[in-house]
Design a protein around this ligand. Structure first.
Ligand code: IVH
Length: 669
C-alpha cells in the first residue's frame, strides 16, 4: 500500500474542515451554502482517501460521526471537580516507588489498603444525579470542561435513570464517574453488521465507543452496544462514604456495573501478585483493558495525599506492556515541528498493532537513529503504547547486509538553512524563525481549538498563506484582508468571509487561550491557566521574574526560566506589540478579580471538622481557592478543626494564618 503524501494529508485536513463547516451551516444554522450534490462530492472524496489510507481515519473525522461534528455540536460542561488523569507505572519497582511515596506522606502508623481494579480502555464520562435523578452526563474533555452528551448517555441501559429513595435522600448531589466501553464480542458483531451492509468497520472498540457517543442523533447511539462501568463517586453532602470500597458497594447497590475483579491489598507485594493475575485474566474479560488502577482506599488518606497538577497522588495506573509488531521500513522523512525540532519519522508498510493500523512511527532523534542502525527496506519492530505515537524499537532483519545506514540531514528539509544540534541536546533544530515549516506548525497551533480557535484555518490554508508571503509572523494574521484570502486556491467568497469572521472573533480570545497559543515550550493549557490566574494581564506576565514564576504551585525552575526568557525576548515583545496593533484585545483575566472570595488563596486542612474534608475542599475550590496537602510558607490559611496537631504548630512557626470553620464561612459570606 502506498503511503499518504503531504499533499494528501493537507487535502484531508481541508476536506474535513470544509465538511464540518457545511455541517454546521446545514444542521445548526439551517442555512446551507452548497447544494447537496456539491456536499456529496466533498464527502465522497473524504471517504475515498480514508479508504485508501485507513490509518488516517480519526475519531473526529466527519466520516465517523453524523451531522455537525467537532466540539461545536454539544454544549460545554464544566466539571464541578476536574476529571484528573493518572500517573503511570510499568514495573513492580516503579509501583514500589509509588508505595513508598504514599507511605512517606502519611503518618507512620497509618494502615493503608490499596483498592485495585482493571483499567478499562474506553471513554471517561461523568454522570450527575440530583435528588436521585440522572440530570447531566458529560465527556471528560480536557479534564476541566467536557461536552454535554446527556441524551446519548440516557440511551444506555447500564446507566440507571433514577437511584433508590434512600440514596437520593442521603446524596442530594451524587456524581458518578466511569468509562463507556464496547464489549469485545459486541464490537465484533457490530462490525460484521457494518461490513455486511457495505459500511466502514470501526477500528477498535474504543473508537467505536467514542464515535457512538458523539452522535448528534441519540437514536443512533441507542443502536450501538455500549456499556457504562462505574469506578468512582464524588458527593457534596455526606460524610458516610469513607472509601473507594464503600463507594463501590453503593454503586453496586444502585445497579451500576463495576470493573471486576476489584480487590483490596495491604502492600506492594500483594498488589504485584494481583497485577500478574490480571495479565493472565486479561483475554477472558469481556472488555478491553490496558492495565490496572490502584487507589489508596481511604478517602481521608486520599485527601491528605492531595494531587500534583493533573493527577492525584493517591492513585496510579499500572499499564500492561506495549504491543509490538514487525513491518518494513520503506522511507524516512525528516519533519520540522513548530518549535523547529527536526524529527526523523519512519514511513512503514502499514501494519496492525494493538488493533490500529500504523504507517508512521517516530525515530526520535539522530542518536536513536544511529543506535538502531536501520536502512531502507529493513524489517523493524514497532511498538504502540496507548495513545502515544508509535515508535521503532529495533531492527528485526536486514534486507541487504551492505545497505547504508540512514544519514541525518545537515540542512533543514523545509528552508534549507543549516540545522544545529545544541550542546547537551539530542535534537537538531532549525533556528530560522522564518522557516516555513516552523511557521506553518506555529500557525496551525495558534489557530487550533484550544488556542485562538480560528475555524477554517486548516493546514492547506496556512501553507498557502506562508508560501505566498502573506504571513511571515503570527501577528500578520490580523492584517489579512478578504481580497488577499480570495487569491488562495479553493477560496470562495463565503469561505473567505467566514475565515475573516473567525480571525476577528479570535481578537477577543481570553488571556489563558492567548498564552497557550503563543506555543511557549512546556506551557500547555494547565500552565497557561495558572499564568493568567496569577498575573491577570499580559503586561504583568511579561514582566514576571523567574523567581515570581517559581513561586507558583505547579511551575518548576526550568519551566520558570523558559517562560521568563520567552517573554523577555525582543521577538516576543515585537509579536505582542504587533498583535495589539492588529486589534487583539488581551483582555485582563476576569476570574482572579471577580470569581470567588478565596481566589488565589491556598488552604491546608487539618483536624476533625463538622463535615468531610471533601466537602470543605469543594467549598474552598468553589470560591476560587486551592487546597494543598502539606503546609509551607506558600500556604495562606490553615483550616483547623478539633484535635488538630502538628500542622497548627507548624503554621504558627511559618506565620500562616489559622481559621476555623466559622471564620471560613464568615469570610465567604
Ligand atoms: S480512577 C483521579 N479507575 O483512566 C482519576 N480510572 O488516566 C481517577 N480509567 O480517563 C480515575 N479505568 O477514565 C479510574 N478503574 C478505573 C479506570 C479509570 C479506566 C480511565 C479514566 C481516565 C484515565 C485516567
Amino acid at each position: 500500500m502506498a503511503k499518504p503524501s503531504q499533499k494528501i494529508i493537507s487535502e484531508l485536513d481541508e476536506l474535513r474542515a470544509s465538511i464540518r463547516h457545511h455541517n454546521q451551516l446545514y444542521y445548526q444554522d439551517a442555512e446551507p451554502e452548497v447544494s447537496d450534490a456539491e456536499y456529496d462530492l466533498l464527502f465522497d472524496r473524504l471517504l475515498e482517501i480514508e479508504a485508501q489510507f485507513p490509518e488516517l481515519v480519526t475519531q473526529d473525522s466527519p466520516s465517523q460521526t453524523v451531522g455537525a461534528t467537532g466540539l461545536t455540536k454539544f454544549a460545554p460542561v464544566t466539571h464541578r471537580i476536574p476529571m484528573l488523569s493518572l500517573q503511570k507505572v510499568t514495573t513492580l519497582e516503579q509501583f514500589q516507588d509509588f508505595d513508598r511515596r504514599v507511605r512517606d506522606s502519611l503518618s507512620k502508623e497509618a494502615e493503608i489498603h490499596f483498592a485495585t481494579e482493571p483499567k478499562l480502555d474506553g471513554l471517561a464520562v461523568e454522570l450527575v444525579y440530583r435528588r436521585g435523578k440522572f440530570v447531566l452526563g458529560s465527556s471528560r474533555g480536557d479534564g476541566q470542561t467536557g461536552e454535554n452528551i446527556t441524551e446519548n448517555l440516557a440511551t444506555l441501559s447500564s446507566i440507571p435513570s433514577t437511584l433508590s429513595k434512600s440514596t437520593a435522600q442521603q446524596f442530594p448531589l451524587l456524581e458518578v464517574r466511569g468509562e463507556v466501553v464496547m464489549h469485545k464480542r459486541d464490537f465484533e458483531e457490530y462490525n460484521r453488521k457494518l461490513i455486511n451492509s457495505d459500511q466502514e468497520p470501526m477500528a477498535n472498540p474504543r473508537n467505536g465507543a467514542a464515535g457512538s457517543l458523539r452522535q448528534l442523533d441519540a437514536n443512533i447511539t441507542k443502536e450501538r452496544p455500549l456499556k457504562f462501568y462505574a469506578y468512582g463517586i464524588s458527593e457534596s453532602s455526606s460524610d458516610s462514604i469513607r472509601s473507594q470500597s464503600e463507594a463501590a458497594s453503593l454503586l453496586k447497590k444502585e445497579k451500576f456495573l463495576l470493573p471486576e475483579p476489584a480487590q483490596l491489598f495491604p502492600d506492594a507485594a500483594s498488589v504485584g501478585r494481583q497485577f500478574n493475575k490480571l495479565v493472565e485474566l486479561r483475554d477472558q474479560l469481556e472488555y478491553e483493558i490496558d492495565g490496572m488502577v490502584i487507589k489508596v482506599d481511604s478517602f481521608d488518606q486520599q485527601m491528605q495525599l492531595g494531587r500534583i497538577s493533573r493527577a492525584p497522588r493517591w492513585a496510579v495506573a499500572w499499564k500492561f506492556e506495549a504491543e509490538l509488531a514487525e513491518t518494513v521500513l520503506e522511507e524516512v522523512e525528516f519533519s520540522v515541528g513548530r518549535t523547529g525540532v527536526v524529527t526523523p519519522v519512519a514511513i512503514l508498510k502499514p501494519t496492525k498493532v494493538g488493533g490500529v493500523t500504523v504507517s508512521r512511527a517516530s525515530l526520535h532523534n539522530e542518536d536513536e537513529l544511529n543506535a538502531l542502525g536501520v536502512a531502507l527496506g529493513d524489517r523493524v519492530i514497532i511498538r504502540r503504547a496507548g495513545d502515544v505515537i508509535p515508535e521503532v524499537v529495533r531492527l528485526a532483519h536486514k534486507s541487504d547486509p551492505k545497505s547504508k545506514k540512514i544519514k541525518f540531514p545537515t540542512r533543514c528539509p523545509s528552508c534549507n538553512k543549516e540545522i544545529v544540534r545544541p550542546e547537551g541536546e539530542a535534537a537538531y533544530r532549525c533556528l530560522n524563525q522564518n522557516c516555513p515549516a516552523h511557521l506553518e506548525g506555529s500557525l496551525a497551533y495558534f489557530a487550533s481549538k484550544a488556542a485562538m480557535d480560528i475555524d477554517g484555518m486548516g493546514g492547506r490554508i496556512a501553507a498557502q498563506l506562508i508560501e505566498r508571503g502573506l504571513i511571515s509572523s503570527l501577528a500578520d494574521l490580523y492584517f489579512l484582508t478578504t481580497e488577499q484570502l480570495l487569491t488562495l486556491d479553493l477560496m470562495a467568497d463565503k469561505r473567505a468571509q467566514n475565515l475573516m469572521a473567525a480571525i476577528d472573533r479570535s481578537r477577543s480570545s481570553s488571556l489563558p487561550k492567548i498564552i497557550y497559543a503563543l506555543g511557549i515550550d512546556g506551557v500547555g493549557e494547565t500552565v497557561a491557566n495558572l499564568l493568567a490566574e496569577t498575573f491577570g494581564s499580559i503586561d504583568a506576565l511579561m514582566q514576571a521574574t523567574a523567581e515570581q514564576l517559581v513561586e507558583i504551585d505547579g511551575i518548576g525552575r526550568v519551566l520558570a526560566e523558559s517562560i521568563q526568557s520567552f517573554f523577555s525576548s525582543r521577538q516576543t515583545k515585537a509579536l505582542i506589540e504587533k498583535m495589539r496593533k492588529g486589534g487583539v484585545l488581551f483582555p485582563p483575566y476576569e476570574k482572579s478579580q471577580t470569581a470567588g472570595k478565596l481566589s488565589g488563596k491556598t488552604f491546608v486542612i487539618t483536624g476533625t471538622l463538622s463535615q468531610s474534608r471533601t466537602y470543605f475542599k469543594s467549598l474552598i475550590e468553589s470560591q476560587g481557592g486551592k487546597v494543598s496537602s502539606s503546609i509551607s510558607a506558600k500556604t495562606d490559611f490553615l483550616l483547623y478543626g478539633e484535635k488538630a496537631g502538628s500542622k497548627l504548630k507548624k503554621a504558627a512557626e511559618l506565620g500562616v494564618a489559622c481559621v476555623d470553620e466559622k471564620e471560613l464561612l464568615k469570610q465567604i459570606g
